[in-house]
Design a protein. Sequence first.
Length: 485
Amino acid sequence: MLARAFAMTTHARLSSCWQGLLLLLWRAQCSWDADGFEAIVTPFARIDLERQELIEILGHAITSRPMYVIQDDSDADLARRKPQLKTCRDQQGIMQRCVAHSPQSLKLSYSLDTESLQLLTENPQIRIVLIDAPAFLGQVFDSSAWAELEVTSPELVNDPKFRMFAERASNLRQGRHVYPRCSELCSLDFSIHKQQPDVLWLLSPLGIKQEVSFIDLGCRDFDQMDPLFPLATKDGVSLTGLCVDSNASELDAARRHLQAHPGVRVLASFLKPGSFPALLQETGLEGGEGLPGKQPRPLSGSEEWLVERRRWLWKVDVLSIGWGDTYMADVLEDVLLHVQPSLIVARFALSFPPPFQYAQHYAGESSYYGLDLGVAAARAMAGGASLSYLVHMLGDKGFLLFKMSDYRSVWIHESLAPIYSAAFEDLAFPVDEWSCYLQASPFFTGDARLKFPMAFSREWLLSGDLHSALQHVWRNVSSLTQGGA
């Protein structure tokens, strides 16, 4: 029996033609272990010296990264097992993020084809520098993509187990456009680490540079962990909006961090579905863009009502929801009945990969008493919502997946899609959430923030029967919330 404080629902909207859960990442090699699939974090790759590119297969997508090879006789470099993150110039002289590999680290990072392995074995003193500017070439079963590369598709593509994964990923995704830079949340000027969110850069297509309005739910002390925090210290930027949390002591720190922005209201409030209108009334911000606070009476099923309601939404630049370990999806859904942000930044539950639609729902809690939201306790809760759940829920509200890191997702309002597509190279909507997850997933590192041991997620992913997989998930969630994980 689940812990009483939590009401959780697991959804799996899978076509009956595609039974079973999908492997997160396949070991992209031509031989497979006899005991079935392995959730291995090494995508397939091929070194193309003539084109100076690394060709990658990650799930159902083929991408390429510019690369160059240098000689390095340093014993220390040759012994390096981990790739080195650095900056370098591309062929056009533009500074880019780069990853420098020794032959050993490249072998650990990718499953390489035979020719690439031979090249590295015969040249142990080279270093391969990959420029982090990936381009989408096509899907693995697209013969024209391989023809354009003037090579035959690797034998891997013909492996029936790999084909099952790639075909399922291709068919079950909601977004149809692979965005190869989905995991890039900031410019190089902001950070060498591309998954550090730069909200001002994410808003740049809208021409927002100096005045930013926001709602930050679960803002805590509004410190460096908050994606909006850099805006508070940036010269020339003025913030207006709401910083909301239930922890009064942490909000004292938030007030200090926001003292240069008198237009931000810092409020102590316990958030639950249905509580947001009262919060707006308390701040005097209800009613949207200067309109009266009373909304028109809903006309059920009326398209006119939907159009009219949009006029009454309070429009802000950014809605950030910073706590992802409880019923955040229900609060987010409720808030979007009253607010229309241009950009949403929301955490998601890492342990539930596509296509699982999973969310913890509100169960009548009246306070956070008894809900330990600290890091250790958060690992013993299966709260939050999965990426696939958010794709469907936010899609119904008119929001499209834009980018994501290993635990944050970024969404834009659908009305802004043409503006963003024109501003970001290779971006088209709706974005393929499977490809994004594979690019940014914490499964690449076995991140400690995962709710379950890797073996749990692997068990779900390896199951060949949908109903069996769902039972495993439910049992694992039940065990975790009872302290059995």
